[in-house]
Design a protein around this ligand. Structure first.
Ligand code: ZN
Length: 295
């Protein structure tokens, strides 16, 4: 019978066989109950780049008194710079010891709880696409790497956590001016091409210099994000060239603070950290090491 197939029919038969394989190339994934999303051809989900979860053995506690509410764990390599930055901010005129950690490392399941908690009838967001404008979907958040920190201030002075008003406070302004000196850069600047809300509280660590211990590892992890969606303010280091982070010849635009009422100030996840989270933050260190030995 095969000899009776014309070349056109053969093509159709091949396409029918190949269709399941082609469909597998972009398999829809379930982010939350009832929320299925197909990753784009470049692997991004709703604009967000995929990230693996850091091994708990890579994480350490942030300096005492920094965490707000829940424990704050960060990558071991980022911790010294975080401590130095907090110390510098504490003695900066007009700033003082106000910077705090609203959210640091989040496991993928913790991220899922944060992401899904505000989707549905009566919630802040109608669907996953709307939610992804201000929160990374599980498996696609820089917080899973342990290098990202959401900063807040205490006393808040009327500026709530994860709120763009941070950029107008002395502490927020100090971060914009000095965080890069300690290897931190602002992942989601105003008007970013990823379509993510301007997040002046969210900073990722890549090391101020390629010679900083751990900086090369962090920069490899964020190489794609830094190349395709540059941070502003960013850590600028000519040594980035060797891992393929090519910077535009033109100087980066000055950090901007959108005017009140601009679209970037709307739809931010002001209250999602205040929600009780069903998944507790994992406890690294003693218990984890004990389990590892048993395993
Ligand atoms: Zn964040």
């Amino acid at each position: 019978m095969r000899r009776y197939l014309t070349s056109g029919k053969r093509l159709l038969a091949w396409a029918a066989l190949a269709a399941p394989a082609l469909a597998m190339a972009a398999t829809p994934e379930q982010l939350c109950p009832g929320q299925w999303v197909t990753p784009g051809p470049d692997g991004r989900v709703l604009g967000h780049i995929p990230y693996r979860e850091a091994p708990l053995s890579d994480l350490v506690s942030a300096p005492a008194g920094f965490a707000l509410g829940q424990p704050c764990y960060v990558q071991r390599d980022a911790a010294p710079d975080l401590a130095r930055m907090l110390a510098a901010a504490a003695v900066a005129p007009g700033v003082g010891n106000r910077l705090r950690g609203v959210s640091c490392f989040r496991s993928i399941e913790h991220q899922r709880a944060v992401f899904c908690s505000q989707i549905g009838p009566g919630k802040k967001c109608h669907d996953a696409a709307e939610r992804a404008r201000s929160v990374g979907p599980p498996g696609h958040s820089e917080h899973a790497t342990g290098y990202a920190i959401d900063f807040g201030i205490r006393p808040s002075g009327g500026c709530g956590d994860v709120n763009p008003c941070l950029a107008r406070t002395p502490a927020g302004q100090w971060l914009i001016a000095h965080a890069h000196e300690y290897g931190f850069e602002l992942s989601f600047p105003a008007g970013n091409a990823q379509g993510v809300t301007w997040e002046p509280w969210h900073w990722r660590w890549v090391g101020a210099s390629i010679t900083t211990p751990g900086a090369a590892r962090a920069r490899l992890l964020f190489a794609r994000a830094r190349r395709e969606f540059p941070a502003i303010p960013a850590v600028i280091d000519v040594a980035d060239g060797w891992i393929g982070v090519i910077r535009p010849a033109a100087p980066a635009p000055a950090p901007s603070v959108p005017a009140p009422g601009s679209p970037y100030l709307q739809g931010h996840p002001q209250s999602y950290f205040i929600q009780p989270l069903p998944t507790p933050t994992p406890q690294p260190s003693p218990l984890y090491r004990r389990n590892r030995r048993r395993g």
